[in-house]
Design a protein around this ligand. Structure first.
Ligand code: ADP
Ligand code: MG
Length: 378
């Protein structure tokens, strides 16, 4: 659906674009805050996508990026080799720098980029990775999906400075229609698992911006936990690699809040691998129970939930949904709810509970597993 981005490109630059690509947002079924700890995740790519339309820079421009988004339609002009400005154009500048280091674009290369997106920003659906993956695919359509994920990850992590893991960019680049992806973030092993469950997405309307705040703090806590646990197990590289049967030893070795953070990561790692197996065997009821457990662990131990998310999950549970939990980093954003195909009670129950608590409605939609990044015809 490149039309809005194509129109914007013409409007902003008075020229015709050369290429286009789109990439999806994602929801993560289970495996929260495990990615940057070297554990497993189980995301699906969603139908909402970000489209990037690109063209060469203006005549005479060298090393200049001009970027515009349907979000505010303001053209941002960036010398992408120099210090990147704060704001969203830094994500695009980061992609240019990474493509330059792979020698896909020359050091004095210029580009114009117009973006449109259906992925809500800061809703926990990974609008940031949809953006970086779409821009990478548009500028470098011949890179392999894993290379695209790498470029997009480093753009956000190394250049924008969000200490994210590799999950969002990986699913956005590798996603397959009607499949979930079990992805081991340390070994980078990827397994596509058929997905035909009925999954609801509840947007709490509370937004986060991950380039500030809680996520970076949690990452620092996890790093500190690994440092201390290395005294016990010198070969430990990732927090998620701590053996689950050694939890008592871990609890003795760490103080709060590091203890709770580490217990979440180690527990969530085991839970996610088990959940993926149950999902493959279509044991949705048992799988759903693990979703509830995951939410509880995020809420109590990792402290990344919010009252709105807790309201949704509690209402889903009371209504008899198979499972529910926050998805994405948390601190607001969206929750997923797994329901039987014939379920009619859960949606109105969540709506009632949310309206009673917050005096406004929370939009609820169905999620379908969709395709990863691809080029778009102009
Ligand atoms: P999310 O969970 O949506 O990925 P993040 O905080 O990681 O939340 O990323 C949101 C940021 O990504 C925004 O603040 C903005 O800088 C950038 N962004 C995402 N989509 C767009 C877009 N369509 N136009 C401009 N900026 C965008
Ligand atoms: Mg993001």
């Amino acid at each position: 659906m490149p039309r809005p981005a194509i129109d914007l490109f013409h409007e902003a630059f008075g020229a015709a674009p050369r290429a286009a690509a789109s990439a999806p947002g994602r929801v993560n079924l289970i495996g929260e805050h495990t990615d940057y700890n070297g554990g497993p995740v189980l995301p699906i790519a969603i139908a909402q996508r970000t489209t990037a339309v690109i063209g060469p820079g203006a005549d005479g421009d060298e090393g200049v990026l001009e970027a515009v988004s349907t979000r505010d339609k303001q053209v941002v002009r960036v010398h992408w080799q120099e210090a990147l400005p704060t704001g969203w154009a830094a994500y695009v500048g980061g992609v240019l720098r990474e493509l330059w280091s792979l020698e896909v674009i020359p050091p004095n290369g210029s580009a114009r980029v117009a973006l449109s997106s259906e992925v809500p920003i800061g809703a926990g659906l990974s609008s940031s990775a949809a953006l970086t993956v779409a821009v990478t695919k548009a500028l470098a359509p011949n890179l392999k999906p894993r290379q695209i994920a790498g470029v997009a990850f480093r753009a956000e992590h190394d250049h924008v400075g969000v200490r994210c893991g590799v999950m969002d960019q990986t699913i956005s680049a590798l996603g397959m229609r009607d499949h979930a992806l079990l992805f081991e973030c340390a070994s980078l092993e990827a397994t596509q698992i058929p997905f035909d469950a009925r999954l609801l997405l509840v947007d709490t309307g509370k937004r986060h911006d991950l380039s500030t705040g809680g996520l970076n703090q949690r990452r620092a806590e996890c790093e500190e936990a690994v440092k201390r646990l290395k005294v016990e197990l010198p070969e430990l590289q990732w927090l998620a690699s701590w053996p689950a049967e050694w939890l008592p030893r871990l609890k003795r070795a760490l103080r709060e809040p590091l203890r709770s953070r580490a217990v979440h990561v180690v527990g969530e790692t085991a839970r996610t691998r088990f959940a993926a197996q149950l999902f493959q065997e279509k044991k949705l009821r048992q799988f759903g129970k693990l979703l509830y457990e995951s939410h509880e662990s995020c809420r109590r131990l990792y402290e990344c939930s919010s009252p709105e998310l807790d309201t949704v999950v509690a209402a889903a549970k009371r209504a008899g949904a198979l499972g529910a939990r926050l998805t994405g980093a948390g601190w607001g954003g969206a929750a997923i709810v797994l329901v039987n195909k014939t379920d009619k009670k859960t949606v109105p129950a969540i709506q009632r509970a949310f309206e009673r608590a917050y005096g406004r409605s929370a939009p609820i939609s169905e999620v379908h597993a969709s395709a990863g990044a691809h080029t778009e015809r102009l």
